[in-house]
Design a protein around this ligand. Structure first.
Ligand SMILES: [Zn+2]
Length: 395
C-alpha cells in the first residue's frame, strides 16, 4: 500500500529545529523527514483488532511540529520510527470488530492505552483517564503514545491501518467525512474545556484561533458556564469564526492586555526590557498555540490564583507569573475515555456552526504531501481550519 512515512533523520531533525519554525516552506522541503513509500499493510495479530481503510486523515499542529523538528526530544521516547503519521482518522472497517461489522465508518481515539496494548489496566486507565496511561511503551505493540506515532499500527496518512475496538467510535450516517474528521480534534477540545475548571461567570481568554483555539472556544461556550470569552486571533477569517463559535470578543495579539484590563479593571505593570503584565486579569486562560509569545500572553493576563491551560504543545516561557501570581498551570492532552469526549464531540460537530466549517476542509492525495503540509502550515492565513489527506484519491 502507499503511505507517507516519517523516518529517523538526526541531521534533518536538527536542521528543522534551527529553521523550521521561522521559514514556512522549509517544513515540506529538504528538512522534512517524510517520504512517500510502498509498504506492507499493517497486520492484525490479536483479537479485538481490525484493519481499516482510511477515508480522510487530518494534519494536526503536533504533526507539523514533529516534521519541522520543533517538537521537544522529550517525545522521542514515546514513538517508534519509522511510522505512518495521522491520528485524526475517518476510516471504514475491513474486518468485523466485535460488535461492529465490516464496512462500518468510524473515527478513532488515537491514544494507545492499556486495553489496546493487551496489558492489565494501569491506575490511570482503570479510572478512565486513558490519556494518562503509564504503559504506552509496553505490551504487544512498539512504543507509541498514539496511532500515528507507532510503527506497528500504521496511521491515517496511509491507505490502511489497524486499530483496537477500544479506539473505535462509529460515525452517524448523516455526517460527511469532512464533518467526521473534526470529531477527534473537537474531542480534545472537550477535554480542554473540562480541564479549564471554569466556574459560572468566569472570564476566559483563549490565546490562538487556529483549529485548537476555535474548537476550545466552542467547547468552553457549550459545556461550561463561562461568562466573557475573549479570543486572540491574527487573521480576519479566524475572527469571524471565533465569534460564530462562541467568543464574546476577538482581539489582535497586541491588544490582549489592554482589552483584559478594560474588562477586569486590572492594573498594568511595565517591567524593564520585558513585556508588560497585569495584576488582576481573567480567571482562566487557555494557550491554544504553544509558542512562547502565546503562552506568555496567557500567563501575563491571568489574575492571581487563576488557571492557565496548556492546550498547544508548549515551546517554553518565562514562568515568573506562575510563581508570583500562584497560577495553576495545567496540561491538557488528547481526551480521556471517562470524559465521554467522543460522544460529546459528535454532538458538537452536528451543530450548524461546525457543519458550515466542515465545508472548508481541504483534501489532498498522498503524493501532493508537500503542498498539503505547506497549506496546513499557512492554514490560518489562508482561511482554512483543517487540511486532510484522502489516500483513496490520486489527483
Ligand atoms: Zn494504561
Amino acid at each position: 500500500m502507499l503511505a507517507l512515512e516519517m523516518f529517523r533523520s538526526v541531521s534533518r531533525t536538527m536542521a528543522g529545529k534551527a529553521i523550521g519554525g521561522r521559514m514556512p516552506g522549509v517544513l515540506s522541503g529538504f528538512a522534512a523527514p517524510l517520504r512517500l513509500v510502498t509498504v506492507e499493510e499493517p497486520r492484525v495479530a490479536r483479537p479485538g483488532w481490525a484493519r481499516l481503510r482510511t477515508r480522510l486523515s487530518g494534519i494536526c499542529g503536533s504533526d507539523l511540529g514533529a516534521l519541522s523538528g520543533r517538537t521537544s526530544l522529550y517525545f522521542s521516547a514515546v514513538v517508534s520510527l519509522p511510522f505512518v503519521p495521522g491520528h485524526e482518522v475517518v476510516a471504514e472497517l475491513l474486518d468485523d470488530c466485535e460488535d461492529l461489522p465490516a464496512g462500518t465508518r468510524v473515527v478513532i481515539d488515537p491514544v494507545l492505552a492499556c486495553a489496546a496494548r493487551g496489558v492489565e489496566p494501569c491506575e490511570a486507565c482503570a479510572q478512565g483517564a486513558t490519556n494518562r496511561c503509564a504503559r504506552i511503551t509496553v505490551g504487544h505493540l512498539s512504543p507509541g503514545l498514539q496511532t500515528g506515532f507507532c510503527h506497528d499500527t500504521g496511521g491515517g496518512w496511509g491507505e490502511q491501518l489497524v486499530a483496537h475496538r477500544s479506539q473505535l467510535h462509529p460515525v452517524p450516517d448523516g455526517f460527511s467525512d469532512e464533518q467526521a474528521i473534526l470529531i477527534e480534534p473537537v474531542a480534545c477540545a472537550v477535554h480542554t474545556a473540562l480541564r479549564a475548571g471554569v466556574r459560572a461567570g468566569d472570564r476566559v481568554l483563549v490565546s490562538g484561533a487556529g483549529s485548537v483555539g476555535l474548537f476550545a472556544t466552542l467547547a468552553l461556550r457549550e459545556l461550561t458556564e463561562a461568562g466573557e470569552i475573549i479570543v486572540v486571533a491574527k487573521h480576519p477569517h479566524q475572527r469571524e469564526l471565533a465569534r460564530e463559535l462562541g467568543a464574546t470578543e476577538v482581539v489582535a495579539p497586541g491588544e490582549v492586555l489592554r482589552r483584559v484590563r478594560r474588562s477586569t479593571g486590572a492594573f498594568q505593570l511595565e517591567p524593564e526590557f520585558s513585556s508588560p503584565y497585569l495584576l488582576g486579569g481573567v480567571d482562566v486562560a487557555v494557550d491554544a498555540v504553544g509558542s512562547r509569545p502565546s503562552l506568555e500572553s496567557a500567563l501575563q493576563a491571568t489574575r492571581a490564583g487563576g488557571r492557565v491551560v496548556l492546550s498547544g504543545m508548549p515551546a517554553g516561557a518565562d514562568l515568573s507569573a506562575a510563581w508570583f501570581r500562584e497560577l495553576e498551570v495545567v496540561g491538557t492532552y488528547a481526551s480521556a475515555r471517562a470524559d465521554d469526549a467522543f460522544a460529546r464531540a459528535t454532538e458538537l460537530v452536528a451543530g450548524d456552526a461546525v457543519q458550515q466549517l466542515a465545508k472548508s476542509v481541504a483534501n489532498y492525495p498522498l503524493h501532493r504531501w508537500r503542498e498539503a503540509l505547506d497549506h496546513a502550515h499557512s492554514a490560518g492565513r489562508l482561511g482554512t481550519v483543517k487540511v486532510a489527506f484522502d489516500p483513496r484519491s490520486s489527483s
